[in-house]
Write a protein that binds this ligand. Structure first.
Ligand SMILES: Cc1ncc(COP(=O)(O)O)c(C=O)c1O
Length: 390
């Protein structure tokens, strides 16, 4: 491998929330962190070099998003997904969660019904709840095959009367890659029911073969006319601290008023590092990304093997996308509080509790495998010891 994912990088003392900011959530910073979704790998050198080159010029003024930025987004979507995104569809966004919040605030009003499919990335249900929208839970099913499943009948029933669907594509925390037919069905039903779809595709570039990511808007006219898509290089290239994301909206009737709202209120400008990092990622990123995904896939095999051999009551949900692994701990027979206590107080590990992802998350813990394998070995040994002693 050209790139090194194995050698630990010291992150303590850098202000990294994952390492230095555990206390508010876990009561202590003295845990091994496997929680918040950034990776412990170095951000790729071609991104660091591009940022460094910019810093060599010592005036950090207001900056443009140049043609190279938009062209890199268009090329990336075309090469990776065979999807032709048009220049005028694209708008910069200062992060995917802020983008979801802005879309929610712009397209819905208080009391409107907003659907989410739990267990799901927590801002999906927190944003509507905090903004006084009516939350409609339409859970995915966890099958005996160790995969989350979409239930069309349930979806058709629950979507009635909704104004917006927040779709996590691919799905976090289950690591599920949506099948094209499922997305087509969702698009058709939402079009009929007048539901706007916000497709969060931040984990798309982390899809493992043989699965392929399907951009929601690429599934046909119903999706194209009725959706907003949110993308970012931040998960795949480990640069979430830069805060660079973008959306694309093919339908002018949705796009023009939304983009006007963003521009007139100066809500989506970003900083001068955003286009530089994004352009570098999408222009030079393929080889690094392939190698990183191969390393993470090996991490998943390591965790699965360790659990089979030493923690047979913990069953990992093997992800089809992303570096986050949901661990099914229900066979331990612990209440959620006791499960969290086992991981945090006894094993000294910081994982996200499945309960934070809504209904269906209880009994699960989310393990971040975007780290050197030695961290996972140490963490799992600590968990094994804690279980043996309890
Ligand atoms: C599905 C999903 N969307 C959005 C985000 C965060 O995006 P951002 O940092 O761009 O706000 C995450 C981070 O874990 C995520 O998993």
């Amino acid at each position: 491998m050209k790139y090194d994912f194995d050698t630990p990088v010291e992150r303590r003392g850098t202000g990294a929330i994952k390492w230095d900011g555990m206390e508010p959530a876990y009561g202590t910073n003295d845990l091994m962190p496997f929680w918040i979704a950034d990776m412990d790998f170095r951000t790729p050198p071609f991104i660091i070099e591009a940022l460094r080159r910019r810093l060599d010029h010592e005036v950090l003024g207001y900056s443009l998003k140049d043609d190279a930025y938009f062209e890199s987004i268009i090329r990336w979507n075309c090469d990776r997904y065979g999807f032709a995104v048009e220049r005028e569809w694209i708008h910069f966004m200062p992060g995917v969660v802020p983008a979801l919040a802005l879309a929610l605030l712009f397209f819905t009003k208080e009391g409107d019904r907003v659907m989410v499919m739990p267990p799901v990335y927590h801002p999906f249900h927190l944003l509507p709840a905090w903004n006084r929208r009516q939350l409609v839970w339409s859970p995915l099913d966890y099958g005996d095959d160790g995969r989350y499943h979409f239930r069309p009948d349930r979806f058709r029933r629950d979507i009635k009367g909704c104004r917006m669907l927040l779709l996590c594509n691919p799905h976090n925390p289950g690591g599920m890659v949506w099948r094209r037919e499922e997305l087509e069905l969702i698009a058709g039903v939402c079009r009929e029911e007048g539901v706007i779809v916000c497709s969060d595709e931040i984990h798309a570039d982390l899809t493992f073969r043989p699965r392929v990511h399907t951009p929601f808007a690429s599934t046909g006219e119903a999706a194209r006319e009725n959706s907003l898509t949110f993308q970012a290089p931040s998960k795949a290239f480990n640069l979430p601290g830069v805060g660079s994301a973008h959306c694309f909206v093919p339908n002018a009737e949705l796009r023009e008023p939304f983009f006007r709202f963003l521009d007139q209120n100066e809500l989506a400008g970003g900083n001068l590092f955003c286009p530089i990092a994004t352009t570098a990622a999408y222009t030079h990123g393929t080889e690094w990304l392939d190698q990183m995904l191969a390393y993470v896939a090996e991490n998943f095999r390591f965790v699965a093997g360790f659990c089979r051999g030493h923690l047979p009551l913990i069953r990992p949900v093997v992800p089809e996308a992303s570096y986050l692994m949901f661990l099914d701990c229900r066979a331990l027979g612990l209440e959620q509080g006791a499960l969290e206590e086992l991981f945090c107080r006894k094993a000294r590990l910081a994982l996200n509790s499945g309960a934070m992802f809504g209904p269906g998350g209880e009994g699960f813990m989310r393990l971040n495998c975007g780290c050197p394998r030695s961290y996972l070995r140490e963490g799992l040994l600590s968990l094994q010891k804690a279980l043996e002693e309890s």
